[in-house]
Design a protein around this ligand. Structure first.
Ligand code: C2O
Ligand code: CU
Ligand code: CU
Length: 523
């Protein structure tokens, strides 16, 4: 078999090969970016360091300057805090199930903002609902107990109508919750957070000529989604990372405003299988081998990758494979796709193949480990008494809608009773685009997926049509054009009184464009 390196040499020497129609692999291989920046990983303090809060925290939302590997300094929005003599920006908050979190948001931006705890089960008052947006110079106090199971959660701005820009410019980080299952897994495999257990946030960004982040969507991008022209992993463009010859846990978060990734690993141009061990809200019952998985904005995916199978010096690349975002949904889908897709991206559209990150395997003894058969226990939500609710996603007058409505802060189109279960039947219009739908305050389970494009149906791992990214406990689920996805939500809680949340699209341009509804959970 021809090795990739020889192959690159050959293709460069014979450029005529690259013009062969259909041999897209050649084109991409030749233009593949070099991975020349060391992946940014959390340190002891500074940007994205791991912080285990053991006292009340004040997070100051402000503009600072972030040094981007290989790039220089850019204005950046972050949450700054101090604890135990260290200063942190956008800390990765590390908590354990049962811990109390006491945070004061201090808004030192020149516009409104609010923090939302994505995936956490909290009372409405603590949620960071967009109507809680606080003015410049004002504070908002949060105090709640973390009741979620262990998992890879995150926190980010939810400023009303300003979420996409503030998130693109920096206001987001991880919130990791640990529990017995997570500790048992990391102990069994000898994994260590920040070393062999890696939080990795994927974000596409745009920079101007000075190397400053720019968020300037045109009207089309405001409607469809703003795509960056490069993808950063942990704010590192063209990132490379050295790994030991052993298992690694990758905690992937799609923190992009609009881009969807079709994740796959490649070594010498060949697919490398991985084990999916977790999704949005923690570990699956058992690991599941996969070759690819979709990750839409807001979703998380936890993988185990075994670098012990490689030799020192081998390179394993994380890619996003090509796909057609508007495919499916019958005749109109494809036609709408090409044109709109191209207009929104300025040359790069969602679904373009991308190289995201390179792992370089270090020389040394391979460490093998047995992955536990059972990672956690997942009780299926009991839907025998569940009410069914229809949710339709479509577009009218250049706005994406939920059940025919755009967001009205004074209306509460969805009211459910506390301590009941519901099945939501979410249908995306045929003539549409992918929408990652997210609910605040509660996790759900995906029951079935149907009607989507072939490349999604081909990924089904069971008879209900679920993909590997649909398994386990979820808070965000992707709907392709023409799809119907059924989810079960358990609205059990013990908070006093009525609670207000939102259900919205996590394409943040769609959210800011009011693809969102209020959800009241009645006491
Ligand atoms: Cu991560 Cu309402 O969002
Ligand atoms: Cu959320
Ligand atoms: Cu959407």
């Amino acid at each position: 078999m021809m090795k990739r390196r020889q192959f690159l040499g050959l293709a460069a020497a014979l450029p005529v090969i690259t013009t062969f129609g259909g041999w897209s692999l050649f084109n991409h291989a030749v233009s593949a970016p070099r991975f020349d920046n060391t992946l940014f990983l959390p340190g002891a303090d500074g940007p994205f360091a791991v912080l285990e809060p053991n006292e009340p925290l004040t997070l100051v939302a402000e503009q600072g300057w972030l040094s981007v590997p290989g790039r220089g300094e850019t204005p950046f929005l972050w949450y700054r805090t101090k604890m135990n003599g260290h200063e942190y920006q956008n800390p990765i908050l590390l908590l354990r199930t049962g811990d109390e979190l006491d945070v004061t948001l201090d808004n030192q931006l020149d516009e409104g903002t609010i923090i939302h705890w994505h995936g956490l089960h909290v009372p409405g008052r603590e949620d960071g609902h967009p109507i809680q947006t606080v003015n410049p110079g004002s504070q908002y106090e949060y105090r709640f107990r973390v009741t979620n199971r262990g998992g890879t959660y995150w926190y980010h701005t939810h400023a009303h109508h300003r979420t996409a820009r503030q998130a693109h410019q920096g206001l987001a980080s991880f919130l990791l919750v640990s529990d017995d299952d997570n500790e048992a897994l990391n102990d069994a495999l000898g994994l260590e957070l920040g070393n062999t257990d890696l939080p990795l946030v994927l974000q596409d960004k745009r920079f101007d000529r000075l190397g400053h982040l720019v968020y300037q969507p045109n009207p089309m991008q405001r409607m469809m989604g703003y795509l960056g022209d490069e993808v950063l992993v942990n704010m590192t463009p063209s990132a490379t990372h050295e790994v030991q010859r052993r298992l690694h846990r990758l905690r992937l978060l799609n923190g992009s405003t609009a881009r969807i990734y079709r994740l796959a690993l490649r070594a010498d141009g060949e697919a490398v299988p991985f084990q999916v061990i977790g999704t949005d809200a923690g570990l699956l019952e058992s690991p599941r081998e996969a070759h690819e998985a979709f990750l839409s904005p807001g979703e998380r995916l936890e993988l185990l990758v075994d670098f012990a199978a490689f030799a020192g010096g081998d390179r394993v690349e994380l890619h996003s494979l090509e796909f057609e975002p508007m495919a499916g949904g019958g005749m109109m889908g494809g036609g709408m796709g090409g044109g709109m897709g191209r207009m929104m991206g300025g040359g790069m559209h969602d679904g373009d193949p991308l190289a995201l990150l390179e792992f370089v395997v270090r020389e040394g003894e391979a460490v093998t480990a047995e992955v536990p058969e059972r990672l956690s226990r997942i009780e299926p939500i009991d839907v025998t008494n569940a009410a069914e609710r229809d949710i339709r996603l479509d577009m009218a007058r250049m706005q994406w809608r939920i059940n025919g409505e755009v967001y009205d802060p004074d209306r509460v189109p969805i009211e459910v009773d506390a301590n009941t279960q519901e099945v939501w039947v979410i249908r995306n219009a045929d003539r549409s685009m992918p929408h990652p739908m997210h609910i605040h305050g509660f996790s759900f389970q995906v029951l079935s997926r149907s009607g989507g494009p072939d490349f999604v149906r081909e990924q089904a791992v069971n008879e209900e049509g679920l993909t590997v990214a649909d398994l386990g406990w979820k808070d965000t689920v992707l709907l392709w054009p023409g799809e119907t996805v059924r989810i079960a939500i358990d609205f059990t809680h013990n908070y006093e009184g009525d609670q207000l949340y939102v259900f919205h699209c996590h394409n943040l341009e769609h959210e800011d464009n009011d693809m969102m509804v209020n959800v009241r959970v009645r006491a």
